[in-house]
Design a protein around this ligand. Structure first.
Ligand code: FAD
Length: 475
């Protein structure tokens, strides 16, 4: 019997599986598809997600395959164009050593999944494609799933990361509360297209060449490190469905020089804004789109799913290794408000042109401000639940890199390190206690943590602050 079965090998399930496997948990990943998903769907990866995936050791690989600076090119009806930066409020000069990535990156979702699968394989785990879960049940000791072919598998715990139409969620009887907006629809596809430069994310409004095509908005985004483009065509017609022929016809209506060589995938999408009211039932958890779906505006769906997986991974690993299962209660408590916020924010952004978004909204999408804080007065530095910032270290590396050496990191400021032990209330995992001032390359570390002499900050395995104390020896 495995410790954990993960249902769904999308970005959420793969992230959870990697995080569990690297923490010594035996994990099995099931996916009903015959092979990897081929669509570029969630192509916007937010900075906080890169930070989270950095701890899994895949951020550098993802960054090498992505692109940060790809301006929008808006094609007006009169044939003129207007270019807009994708990251207008955070341009180059604002390098910040506490935050390695400031802006969102573009990378096709299939590529993100590929990189995660490769990382999972390093842990000795391969995805079992072609294994669709039909039903599940649970008892005091574990969970049993029945596959489509009638065979049964058992595990101590199960994560349902099986997307918006989640079988796991239905089997648990957990409601998916919200609305379906029949009138907000997209034709989607990935295709090889000639006749447009690949240095811009091209967008057209409903006028100009689109007049009469039924499209209300049209976007073609070149996908980095590929020869393909993502096609997004907004429309309102429930009778209209994405086929290679229709996508070709619509794309080629943009101008005589625009030619579609090959459509790789074509799919329909309509807006659902829904979420669950609990993320856990007994030994089963929901994560990612299985727990929340919303508009792609703002590029947050996959990012929120990866955030769920990282929040759950270390807690479930700790419980598998003997920690009190009460630790798992914090998964719902911490992630449900994040999903509710993302549903609201993506709703605000839906239908708004990118350049009309406020700086506050743009920053909000980046995930750097997500906090699990339960106190309102934050004081001078990050407190329990806040993101733990990065800082340069004297050996040329960074705190984020150093954090990979252990599950928990204790930063002791003001030379008090000899009097600091690993806190006794940690729910398992390895701990490193660091002399923060001796390690710091400059004043960034102290400043980022608002630390005084004697401040001790404990950082959780998922990169959030566990505790902060002014006492030199007890944390
Ligand atoms: C046009 C578009 C643009 C988007 N842009 C962004 C963006 O820029 N940024 C962003 O963060 N998000 C974006 N998203 C959203 C993003 O694609 C989703 O949030 C993301 O796919 C969710 O990942 P997941 O792993 O939770 O679920 P999924 O990717 O849906 O994966 C679920 C997996 O579970 C499998 N499965 C389902 N049922 C079963 C079963 N019974 N048994 C076994 N396996 C099963 C499926 O085969 C699938 O592989 C976009 C979405 C769209 C449509």
């Amino acid at each position: 019997m495995d410790d954990v079965i993960v249902v769904g090998a999308g970005p959420t399930g793969l992230t959870a599986a990697v995080d569990l496997a690297r923490r010594g948990v035996s994990v099995r990943v099931l996916d009903g598809l015959d092979g990897p998903h081929r669509g570029s769907r969630g192509k916007g990866m937010q900075p906080r997600t890169l930070e989270l995936l950095d701890q899994l050791g895949v951020a550098d690989r993802l960054v090498s395959l992505g692109v940060f600076d790809l301006p929008f090119r808006h094609h007006r009806a009169d044939g003129t164009v207007r270019d807009t930066p994708r990251n207008p409020d955070l341009d180059a000069a604002t390098a910040d050593p506490t935050t390695p990535w400031r802006t969102s990156m573009l990378i096709p979702q299939w590529r993100t999944e590929q990189v995660l699968r490769e990382r999972l394989a390093e842990e000795g785990v391969e995805v079992s494609f072609g294994t669709r879960v039909a039903s599940l049940s649970q008892d005091e000791e574990g969970v049993e799933v029945v596959l489509d072919d009638g065979s049964r598998l058992r595990s101590a715990w199960l994560i349902g990361a099986d997307g918006g139409s989640s079988t796991v969620r239905r089997q648990l009887g957990v409601g998916f509360l919200g609305e379906t907006h029949e009138e907000v629809r997209l034709l989607l596809g990935d295709a090889e297209i000639d006749g447009l430069d690949r240095d811009h994310w091209h967008q057209w409004a409903a006028d100009g060449p689109l007049a009469g095509t039924g499209a209300v908005f049209f976007a073609l985004c070149p996908l980095p490190a590929t020869t393909t483009w993502q096609i997004q065509i907004a429309h309102t017609d429930p009778e209209r469905h994405a086929t290679p022929e229709l996508l070709t016809e619509l794309v080629e209506s943009l101008g005589p020089r625009v030619h579609v060589r090959r459509v790789e995938v074509a799919s329909d999408w309509r807006l659902n804004v829904r979420m669950v009211d609990k993320y856990q039932v007994g030994r089963v958890f929901l994560a990612g789109d299985a727990a929340h779906v919303h508009s792609p505006a703002g590029g947050m769906g996959m990012n929120t799913g990866i955030g769920d997986a990282i929040n759950l991974g270390w807690k479930l690993a700790a419980v598998v290794h003997g920690a009190d299962p009460a630790l798992l209660d914090s998964y719902t408590a911490e992630r449900l408000p994040v999903a509710a916020h993302v549903l609201g924010l993506s709703g605000e952004l839906t239908g708004r042109q990118f350049w009309s978004r406020t700086s506050e909204q743009l920053r909000d999408t980046r995930g750097l401000g997500i906090t699990y804080r339960t106190v309102s007065d934050a004081g001078s530095g990050p407190v329990a639940g806040d993101r733990a910032p990065d800082a340069p270290l004297v050996d040329g590396s960074t705190l984020f890199v150093r954090r990979r050496a252990a599950d928990w990191t204790v930063l002791a400021f003001g030379g008090v390190v000899d009097g600091v032990d690993a806190p006794s209330d940690l729910p398992g995992g390895s701990v490193q206690v660091l002399d923060a001032d001796a390690l710091a390359a400059d004043g960034t570390l102290r400043e980022a943590y608002g630390a005084d002499d004697g401040t001790v900050v404990v950082i959780r395995p998922d990169g959030y602050v566990w505790s902060r104390s002014a006492a030199a020896v007890s944390v």
